[in-house]
Design a protein around this ligand. Structure first.
Ligand code: CUA
Length: 341
């Protein structure tokens, strides 16, 4: 049985592509695309250059020492312990002192200019991000209760506007990091952290968990999609709708497979009786760029493999291998899910 399962998974995995090397997603902190990241880069870049120069000088001194070495210990008298005090004073106190005081003052400037979230008025957050082992729940909280909706592993924001995020955790400490938009901020159980992110231009910005949180920490990815305000408004309006009724026969059968199987025990699909919140909300899963917390491209092959044996793709995930489906059932199920645009 296990061998058969492995074989099925291996065959399905053949079609899988890890999305992580996708060149469309930028993740360099030195190429900021928003105010918060820009302020950090203004300090980060000089510090990086300065420390590289200091390292080169140190390496140069070591090489120079080796170069000027003449003779061996047994050929020379013991070196006097005195002398060299000037070197120690300048290299050990004066230079580090000047560097650290300058860094401290510059850091105070960065702290002062950093766009902080509004802590004065709690409950203002437009989006709440909940860290789970190992995926991101994204709750949109703007408007009245009927307008709220939940998605996963993909955060859409409009360009040119600061968006307040509330960061919380459902289990252990995670860390929210979108290098081109903001520095790392922890998601701590029982504590809500608030940040403000803003994107200058439309684009897809890679995000990742930056705090070790267990087996799949390294694959706990997400993407921030920044769209021009009209595009964002369209996306928002569509996400607020319940899942579309499938029209073709395979998708209709797939919906039955979903509803009668184990799926509704963990997942929700808006407009159906599936309401569980253990795993990601799947209402518009077909519209997302990736699956498996940003680890795999969202296509038929990845979805097949994920359903059949998710733990083979990301060992430790809660989703069990679902090997009870026939080939036709699996095909119908994937057709249904991919159709949930
Ligand atoms: Cu979540 Cu590391």
């Amino acid at each position: 049985m296990t061998r058969a399962r492995l074989l099925v998974a291996a065959l399905a995995l053949g079609g899988c592509r890890a999305a992580i090397s996708d060149a469309n997603y930028d993740r360099s902190a030195l190429a900021p695309a928003g105010p918060a990241a820009r302020i950090l880069a203004q300090l980060g870049l000089p510090v990086l250059v300065g420390f590289v120069v200091a390292s080169l000088v140190l390496c140069g001194l070591v090489v120079w020492l080796g170069w000027r070495r003449t003779g061996r210990f047994d050929e020379h008298a013991a070196v006097s312990a005195g002398g060299g005090f000037g070197w120690m004073l300048v290299g050990g106190f004066v230079i580090p002192g000047v560097v650290f005081v300058a860094l401290f003052v510059a850091t105070l400037g960065v702290l002062d200019a950093f766009p902080m979230a509004d802590h004065v008025k709690p409950g203002r957050a437009a989006i709440r991000v909940v860290g789970h082992q190992w995926w991101w729940e994204v709750q949109y909280l703007e408007g009245d209760l009927q307008a709220h909706f939940t998605t996963a592993n993909e955060i859409h924001i409009p360009t040119g506007r600061a968006i307040e995020l509330e960061l919380v955790s459902a289990d252990v400490i995670h860390s929210f990091w979108v290098p081109r938009l903001h520095g790392k901020v922890d998601l701590v159980p029982g504590i809500a952290n608030h940040i403000r992110i803003e994107a200058d231009h439309a684009g897809r910005f890679e995000g990742a968990c930056a705090e070790f949180c267990g087996l799949q920490h390294a694959t706990m990815r997400f993407v921030v999609v920044a769209d021009a305000p009209p595009d964002y408004a369209r996306w928002l309006a569509h996400q607020r709708q319940p899942a579309e009724e499938p029209t073709d026969a395979a998708a209709l059968r797939g919906r039955d497979v979903f509803q009668s199987g184990a799926c509704p025990m963990c997942h929700a699909i808006g407009g159906t009786t599936a309401r569980a919140t253990v795993g990601p909300d799947l209402t518009h899963i077909g519209s997302r760029l990736r699956i498996g917390a940003g680890w795999l491209t969202n296509d038929v092959a990845s979805l097949h493999a994920w359903i059949v044996d998710a733990p083979a793709l990301r060992p430790g995930v809660q989703m069990p291998p679902l090997t009870m489906f026939t080939g036709v059932q699996l095909h119908d199920l994937v057709t249904y899910l991919e159709g949930l645009k």
